[in-house]
Structure formats: C-alpha cells, structure tokens
Design a protein around this ligand. Sequence first.
Ligand code: HEC
Ligand code: HEC
Length: 504
Amino acid sequence: MLLGCTASSVLGQTQAEDQWWAPGSGLPMPAAARYPNPYGELGILNTAGDYPTEGHAFFEPIGSNGRACVTCHQPASAMGLSTALIQQRWRASNGNDPLFAAIDGRNCPHLPANDPEAHSLLLERGLIRIFLPWPPRDPGGNAIEPEFTIEVVRDPTGCNTHPEYGLESTEPTISVYRRPRMAANLKYVTAADFGVTPFSIKDSRPASRDPETGRLVNMNMLADAREPTLRTQAISAALTHLETGGAPSDAQLAEIIDFEMQIYAAQAQHVGAGNLEEPGGPPALGPHAMLEGETGVLGNNTTRYVFPMGDAWTSLERSGDAEADAQNEFRESVQRGHDVFFFRTFWISDSMHINNIGLGNPIKRTCSTCHGMHMTGMDTANGFVDVGSTNLPWATENEQNPWTEKKPEMPLFRLSCDNAHAPHPFFGRVIYSQDPGRALITGRCNDIGSIVMQQFRGIASRAPYLTNGSAKNLRELIDFYDRRYNIRYSEQEKIDLENFLSTL
Ligand code: HEC
Ligand code: HEC
C-alpha cells in the first residue's frame, strides 16, 4: 500500500509577515527571489535583472486610495494574493491597509470600515468585489440586449440590492466576488497563436480584438475575458481598484506591461520533492522552465505534454539512505499525480463550451482535456467553460447541497432565458448562479457560469482556489472535481494529484 503524506499536512507553515510588499516602498526587486509557502518555496524571476521599483507605476500608489497594483499582486503570493497574506495584513494594520478600501476590498462600500464582518469575503475567501454594468456594454459602450433577465435571490453582502450600488440603482450594477489572478508568466496568458481564430472555437462568436491594432486576442484573461489586452486591463484595473479617476499615462501603462511581461513564477523548492530545478529533473518545473517555455502550444497529446515531466521521476532507485529514499518516494508520487492529471479518464458532462462543441455529452476524457495549454494548464483557445464552480447545483453553498454545510456568503442570482433564443442545452431556461461569469459580458444564456480557467503555476502560494475562493486548499479543489464529475478517485490518486499540483 502506497498512500503516504501530502506535504501540507506535515508542514502547515504560513507566510511570514515581512513578505508583504507595501506600495511605494521603493525597494529594489531582485532578479531572482524565493518566498516560502506551505509546500516549500516559490521562485520569482525578473528577466530585467535587479529592478528599481521607485516611481514605478506597478509599485507606486498612482490612484487616490493608497493602493498599487502590487497590493493585490504580491510577489510572495506568486503575483496573486493568498488569504494567509490578507489576514496578516489585516492584523498588522488593524484593517486600515489600503487593501481593505471600501470600493472593492469590502463586501460592499456602504458597510462599516474596520469591521471584519464587512470584509468577510476578502478575509476568508480572498475575494475582491468586481462590479459590472447591467445590461452589458459592447466595446463601443453601447448596451447589449441580454438574452435573459436577472433577479437577486440572495444578497448576503447587501450590494446587489443596495439603492446606490445595486441592480435597481440609477446605474444598474451587478457585484460578483473574485480572486485576483497571477500577474506573472503572462507571455502564455496573452499568446495569440494556437486556437486564436476570428470566430471563437467555443461559441462561434466573433473573437475579441486588440482595439489598437485590430489583432485577434486569445480571450484568456480575467474570469470573464472582458478585457482583450494587458493595456485595456491595466486601465480598467487602475480606474476601479486604484481609483485613479482617469486612465494612467501611456508611459505608466508601458511600464506596467513591460514589468508584467518580464516576471515568471513557479514553485522552485519542495518540502517533499526537494529542488525542482535540478539538472536532469522534470522539464516542466521551476521558474526557469516558465521563462524558457514555448507559448501558445497545445499540450494535451503525448508529443507535447501540458506539463512535461520527462522520465526523471519514474521508478527511482532506493539507496537505503532514509532521507534520499523519502524524497524519491515523494517524487514518484508527483509523477503519478501528473499521470492522474494527464491520463486518468472520467466522464465530463454538462459542461458548457466543452460538451456542446461536437465532442459529445458526456465524454470520457481527462483533466488535461480542458487544461491543455503547454506549461500553464490554461486553455489554448479562449478558456471560458462552465465547470460548475458558480452555477447550481454543483457550486458549494447551495442550501439543498448535501456536500456542504457552509452558510451562504455569496450572492445568488436567478437568470431567466427568454423565448427568442434556444434554451441552455443543459439547464433549460431558469439558471441559478453565484457568478454568471462570461454571461455578464455577452448577455448570452449559454455563457451563464462560464469562467475562464487560469494557470496552475505558483498554485501552492495562492490558496484559496477557484474564482470564488470556494476551495480552501488543493485537497478541496480535488474533492470538488471528484463530486462534480463523480470521478471516484482513490485516496492514493488524490494524494498524488495534490502532490503534483503543489510542485507547479
Ligand atoms: C484590489 C485588488 C487588485 C488591485 C489593486 C489590482 N488588481 Fe489585478 N486583479 C485583481 C482581481 C480580483 C483580478 C481578477 C478579476 C476577474 O477575474 O474578473 C485581477 C486580474 C488581473 C490580471 C489578469 C491576469 C489573468 O491571468 O487573467 C492582470 C494582468 C492584473 N490583474 C493586473 C493588474 C494591474 C496592472 C493592476 C494595477 C493597475 C492591478 N491588477 C491592480 C485584483 C486587483
Ligand atoms: C470541463 C473542463 C474542465 C475539466 C475537465 C477540469 N477543469 Fe479545472 N477548471 C476548469 C475551469 C473552467 C476552471 C475555472 C473555474 C473557476 O475558477 O471558477 C478550472 C479551474 C481549475 C484550477 C484553478 C485553480 C485556481 O484557482 O487557480 C485548477 C487547479 C484545476 N481546475 C484543476 C483541475 C483538475 C485537477 C482537473 C481534473 C480532475 C480539472 N481541473 C478538470 C475547467 C475544467
């Protein structure tokens, strides 16, 4: 019998306080840095070398609320933001850090400052309020007529029914709550090669374009792909999260984008598997591999794997040296976890933008069917898919859901699709969702609950997981899939899969 421990259950270490990167600190960023996480150490590479951050638009509080981009994209959290770091910040600042700004660091701006209850979604699940106009607008700013009506069923934050911020306000707005995504390894996220076609492979609709060059983009950014480029994304991030009042200057935008494109992040050292960058080790692992990896390549085939492991960690010899043998045992578990990810089949069913694109429903495939991009595990085509993370009946926090006793913390919407369009093929005309995702941008019934998948890298540094933060740790993420697709993983498979993911 194999089993054995996962690394996190042995260590359970949390992040140290001095890892917080304060906006405007003016500290230089080293060319290479390591940050501890519960599974070992994250490695960050800056290809521009030792890097001055003084006066730099990514690091300076360029808006009115004291935040910078780095506030929510912290090197210690793989350029994302873990709840461990958020909670430390709360304690260290008594809730006064600009991170907790009313605009989106509070469950809703009208709630009291310094009250942990008013910041519960950020403190407990790492969620930032994302507020979007309803009905949605096209790139020209004109209202799109949606295929469905939207009602608020449950409003635990008070924001969606609020007279100033809600759906009935003079500027009708929908608030959803989402995890920050990594501002690193972005050459993969923005690559417009494979799968980038004038009409989206997923929904046959015209694909988004760079508004300046007219070039097609891959639509893999943000949970709903609402921004086509790093430039438009940085402008909207500045206007909302930083409350800049106006767009940053061209020079500031160029500085932000240059920085984002030169940062690479991945696990570098592992408590169980040791050095992940050893010569001759698995070619997928470590931040240097991210720097050197090829972009825009489909990896779900055996000539080009999503995460190429080589055969460095299969059938390792035992020497009798307890420490070396334990490491080899762990490395074999990581390799098996890779094989679970890549080869272990299960029935994928009722997942919009996968099961309706001619592959069949259900289809017997693997994790890598959806997570197919070489080196990242994103989609090579536009990555929005409904995996059930926000739509009932699969989402956690469904009162009728036997899997969870969690008290509902997230808003719940009822979306009723009109009769002028075909009903949703899997859900019909009435759909309950905590975050309609892509549908908030397109207004289309078939997009309800479709969320863009994000990269797996540096994942050990940025719990919790899924866009709504509903999986506290990697094990909960694996358990979500086990329930969602009735996979029936063995305990060994779950341990191996967790060990594998934690090395990325
Ligand atoms: C208050 C926290 C916060 C601040 C400050 C912030 N972001 Fe973000 N960032 C987020 C959240 C939340 C998301 C995901 C939003 C979504 O999915 O709809 C995100 C997503 C991103 C992404 C997309 C990555 C991907 O793979 O999809 C990039 C790039 C990014 N932010 C850059 C920036 C830049 C540049 C700034 C400064 C101008 C900035 N952010 C400031 C919270 C923040
Ligand atoms: C039908 C397509 C599909 C399949 C199959 C699938 N996923 Fe996902 N995965 C997604 C989508 C879509 C998201 C984004 C959902 C969200 O963030 O709410 C996602 C998100 C993730 C994340 C991101 C976590 C984070 O927050 O950074 C991980 C890790 C992940 N999946 C692992 C897996 C594993 C392991 C399997 C196999 C058991 C798997 N996925 C199977 C579509 C899929």
